[in-house]
Design a protein around this ligand. Structure first.
Ligand code: 7TS
Length: 404
């Protein structure tokens, strides 16, 4: 598998364990993007010439592939965005501004990434709505009883992650959506940034209204992502940005909007990156998303067992079988940043910090964690390198090994 990723093939000693931040890119994705620019590039939807039609076809084909991958039958309900952050801001701005009133309530969870927290918090402030944070259990799962207790007649939006980026917890999306539907008439927004890369999504069966993800975490390029929505909601929702392509008729006073998905895609679209994301989903489907998840879980189970076997190491979050490919841990007496630096000297790339989830860190009562995240190209040798690096860091900090 490493051979299919040029960066990994060129760096045999590299143990890349930061795929939750961004994944490496397989050659097929890089080739698809280069071929698009070399063969098919033009501004889509505009020209009445064959090359522009080809560019338009490439863009449509990419949308169809990504929609199918995510289990969305109606591909026009997939809006290409810059990524999860833009997708969530789109919903908060366009739907939120039009529908949230003073006294309404917006509910998020304590494990949300800032991208699915701050836009809702600020929307609530702007509108005079109540911003509520559903708590997590001691082992890092959404507390469903507490969440249910927060839902009521004034709840307008419930936002939560499919998978926590900081802990790897896989949330029961359908159960949460059902709970919300039983108790209130709220918009259900799922942040799938860590879902779509790691497990089957099945949007049409999830019961949520919106689902967002980023291409760069799932073998695709940076700068492209998606927002999936239900047609009836997208059709009623006002546009997010104004400009070319998203209009139907522009009068001196009034303008009417283009059909879906164009209404939400103002300006020249990012065709090459969409083509790259299309190639990425082909690549992932070639492996099979069930197999991707099983591979990650197997590695995380080994990592958990080995890390927990070391003195002073705490692995945060639920059991490995309830997580995707993330091991978030702290080592007594060693700051995660120091640990990451020592690991880096041994070719092991991990993330250290608050992982854009400061509210979660406060609830875990830690300032930061070290996070190793696994993907299709990792194997047990990466776990070995991680664990021996942590032991080395412990030896250095215990003073048993002279520095330098
Ligand atoms: N939501 C979740 C759950 C995420 O993990 C991330 C990025 C985002 C939203 C934002 O995605 P973007 O592509 O728009 O930036 N998470 C991480 C991470 O865990 N480390 O670096 C980025």
């Amino acid at each position: 598998m490493r051979e299919r990723f040029p960066l990994l093939a060129a760096n045999p000693g590299l143990h890349y364990l930061d795929s939750a931040a961004t994944s490496q890119k397989p050659r097929v994705v890089l080739d698809a993007m280069r071929e698009y620019y070399e063969r098919d590039n033009a501004n889509p939807h505009r020209g009445a010439y064959a090359l522009s039609v080809r560019a338009t076809d490439c863009y449509h084909e990419a949308r169809a592939k990504v929609a199918k991958f995510a289990g969305l039958a109606d591909a026009d309900c997939l809006v290409f965005t810059r990524g999860t952050t833009e997708s969530l801001n789109l919903v908060a701005s366009a739907w939120g501004r039009a529908n949230v009133r003073a006294g309404d309530e917006i509910v998020v969870t304590a494990m949300d990434h800032h991208a699915n927290f701050v836009p809702w918090q600020q929307l609530a402030r702007e509108k005079g709505a109540l911003f509520r944070i559903a708590p997590i259990t001691h082992d890092g799962q959404v507390d469903l009883d507490a969440l249910g207790g927060m839902l009521g007649a004034r709840t307008r939006i419930v936002a939560f992650p499919h998978v926590s980026n900081a802990l790897g917890t896989v949330n029961p999306v359908r159960a949460i959506a059902t709970l919300v539907r039983e108790r209130c008439d709220a918009l259900v927004v799922c942040d799938g940034a860590q879902g779509a890369p790691h497990l089957p999504v099945g949007f049409d069966d999830l019961g949520v209204d919106f689902y967002a993800f980023s291409g760069h975490k799932m073998c695709g390029p940076m700068g492209i992502g998606a927002l999936l929505g239900r047609r009836a909601i997208l059709e009623r929702m006002p546009p997010y940005q104004m400009g070319g392509d998203m209009i139907e008729v522009v009068g001196d006073e009034e303008t009417t909007w283009n059909v879906l998905p164009h209404k939400f895609e103002a300006g020249t679209p990012n065709v090459a990156d969409a083509v790259g994301l299309g190639a990425a989903v082909d690549f992932l489907e070639g492996i099979g998303m069930d197999a991707v998840l099983a591979h990650e879980r197997a590695l995380v189970a080994v990592a958990d067992e080995r890390l927990r076997g070391l003195d002073g190491v705490t692995v945060h979050g639920p059991a490995a079988a309830m997580r995707s490919g993330v091991a978030s841990f702290t080592v007594a007496g060693i700051h995660p940043h120091d640990l990451a630096t020592i690991l880096d000297e041994r070719g092991v790339c991990i993330r250290a910090g608050h992982h854009c989830a400061q509210p979660l860190m406060r609830r875990l009562d830690v300032a930061a964690t070290a996070r190793a995240s696994f993907y299709v190209y990792n194997d047990e040798s990466d776990v070995e390198a991680l664990v021996s690096g942590v032991r080395e860091a412990q030896r250095i900090f215990d003073g048993h090994v002279a520095r330098g």
